[in-house]
Design a protein around this ligand. Sequence first.
Ligand SMILES: Nc1ncnc2c1ncn2[C@@H]1O[C@H](COP(=O)(O)OP(=O)(O)OP(=O)(O)O)[C@@H](O)[C@H]1O
Ligand SMILES: CC(C)(CO)[C@@H](O)C(=O)[O-]
Ligand code: BAL
Length: 286
Amino acid sequence: MKVFHDIQTLRVFLDDIRREGKNIGFVPTMGYLHEGHLSLIEASVKENDITVLSIYINPTQFGPDEDLDHYPRDIENDKKLAVDAGANVIFIPDHHIMYKNNHVTYVQVNGLTHQLCGQSRPTHFQGVTTIVSKLFNIVQPNRAYFGQKDAQQAIVIKRMVMDLNMPITIVVCPIMREADGLAMSSRNTYLNPEERQQATVLYEALQKAKALIDSGERSSKTVKAMMTKLIHTKPSATIDYVSIVGADTLEDIEILEDNILVALAVKIGKTRLIDNLQMEVLAYVH
Ligand SMILES: Nc1ncnc2c1ncn2[C@@H]1O[C@H](COP(=O)(O)OP(=O)(O)OP(=O)(O)O)[C@@H](O)[C@H]1O
Ligand SMILES: CC(C)(CO)[C@@H](O)C(=O)[O-]
Ligand code: BAL
């Protein structure tokens, strides 16, 4: 496996790969790898000749009071896990090469970024789409892999790629979970043992929503109220949002039908976690 820290040598290496007619799969991450990330690498390895992983904690997607300084890091362990999963190349750019002193250009996807996570993280998606565009320009992959755990991020990136005519296929991979249902996340490491137990409430609330919808409930308000009630039984939990939106538009819906996204962000203690469930819902026939 090859490790690159600067843009130019990575470009030269990948130019040669492309000249040989090989396909490039790309998995952007912020590191501290877990099985969620590894599932993206494995999906890429299956579908491409070469898999490039990037590890970069992108400062522009963090708000001023967020956890940029504390975000977990373990580059040596990440390298081992990435090799085992089959990655061929790791790009670990130094901060100063990604954002030169007077960086003034940002990529903004309108319409899909003000709601859900965008409400409490108003500059987050602009940071994500900017860094992902930069990484796409550097790596020029055929396919790029993202997790459904960050459902809004995946939708925003698909839209950016379409609107900006980027010749890249976006592949969205399923959410990997712990045995008790908690979605894997690098931020789970912040949880103390008591919080870790209570953190399963995100998944439990989604399961509650699914059970209600499966049994015929079609009122978004009712489903959200039941989810909220369940989350409030956990003393460490503070709700950021519990939303049900159209899975394509990300706009709130009142009557549940077609392709819906049940999404939530909950703080467990000081740790903000997200999870979601996408469902195809048939119109209820009386
Ligand atoms: N549990 C998971 N299952 C599948 N994909 C995941 C999972 N967790 C993260 N990913 C995906 O991995 C990619 C890199 O995510 P990132 O490095 O931010 O990890 P993370 O664990 O989501 O971190 P955090 O939630 O703490 O920001 C993203 O496309 C993300 O959606
Ligand atoms: C896509 C990404 C690597 C951009 O920094 C990040 O938002 C993430 O890890 O999901
Ligand atoms: N996985 C999304 C990265 C973030 O929360 O900043």
